[in-house]
Design a protein around this ligand. Structure first.
Ligand code: CP
Ligand code: NVA
Length: 304
């Protein structure tokens, strides 16, 4: 049974399918004005050591929308900032809250909290993974295009946390994934190797954005400099030149291909204003879906 969501590796294919189906249902129910109270009496702690707009607010809105409560702690607010051991933090928090949603740098932080916590720990982004994002992104692709198993998904840009989680999703669900990353900016080698070993369909890594988008049904893009990489902007701007999602690149993709961006976007860097604001781009639906998906995740992990 799924208890923590440290990465998509914690999910079975069936659980992933369940999250998608339930999130789509919760979205419809919200649109119909159905009130939910499944998590009345439950409290989650949000521990965020990196900034966030979407993930924080959508988790908070999701929890309140299910009748629960949230305690938000920024990195500065806890004794973690003064080196309290994670194993102590985990055991103390678990006595107060029914679940922890954690955004931090090292994946080891989430893993260690989960190891010592008697309540579910949910990864809200680490340097290595962003599982909740990918669940909402897959939901968005399915909403727009139908069954993802039959689709070709492209990733253009940095082989970062979001890319790593896409690889784990491809491993579980068996859709074709083609990533175009500059030399030296590919995804985590172990995640890629494992994904390739187990996936039912190819997971391909190339250096050509044109090749990645040529047959894509959905094209994913993210920032070139992730949180924690501040100071590398100049070198990254140079490395990613040619990887921008713009009208010229989209002209090489099938006309039905949609563009996904998890946001925040840097217009003029990884994506142009023109593409981001076009009908091809579903970034704002993606952002909305984070809330429905987080409801589905909280309902299952916190509600039981
Ligand atoms: N997509 C995403 O995780 O956005 P935030 O950093 O605003 O949470
Ligand atoms: N790769 C980005 C995602 C932000 C939601 C980062 O880690 O900063």
């Amino acid at each position: 049974m799924l208890r923590h969501l440290r990465s998509l590796q914690d999910c079975t294919k069936e659980e992933l399918g369940f999250f998608i189906e339930r999130a789509l249902e919760l979205k419809k129910e919200r649109q119909a004005g159905v009130a939910h109270r499944q998590l009345t009496g439950k409290t989650i702690g949000l521990i965020f050591e990196k900034p966030s707009t979407r993930t924080r607010v959508s988790f908070e809105a999701a929890m309140y929308g299910l009748g629960g409560r949230v305690i938000f702690l920024s990195g500065r607010d806890t004794q973690l900032a003064r080196s309290e051991p994670l194993k102590d933090m985990a055991r103390v928090m678990a006595r107060y809250v029914d679940g922890m949603v954690v955004r931090t740098f090292g994946q080891n932080v989430v893993d260690e909290l989960a190891c010592y916590s008697s309540v579910p720990v949910i990864n809200a982004l680490t340097d290595l993974h962003h599982p909740c994002q990918i669940l909402s992104d897959i939901m968005t692709v399915i909403e727009k295009k139908g069954a993802i198993e039959n689709l070709k998904i492209a990733w253009v840009g940095d082989g970062n946390n979001v890319a790593n989680s896409w690889i784990q999703a491809a491993e579980l669900l068996g859709f074709e994934l083609i990533l175009a990353c500059p030399e030296g900016y590919g995804p985590d080698p172990e995640i890629l190797q494992k994904g390739r070993r187990n996936a039912a369909k190819p997971i391909v890594l190339v250096h050509s954005p044109e090749q990645a988008v040529a047959e894509a049904d959905a094209i994913n893009v993210d920032v070139w400099t992730s949180m924690g990489q501040e100071g590398q902007e100049d070198v990254r701007l140079a490395a990613f030149r040619g990887y921008q999602i713009n009208a010229a690149l989209l002209a090489k993709a099938p006309s039905h291909a949609i563009v996904l961006h998890c946001l925040p976007a840097h217009r003029g860097e990884e994506i142009t204003e023109e593409v981001l604001e076009s009908d091809r781009c579903v970034a704002f639906d993606q952002a909305e879906n984070k809330m429905h998906m987080h409801k589905a995740i909280l309902e299952k992990l916190i509600g039981g």
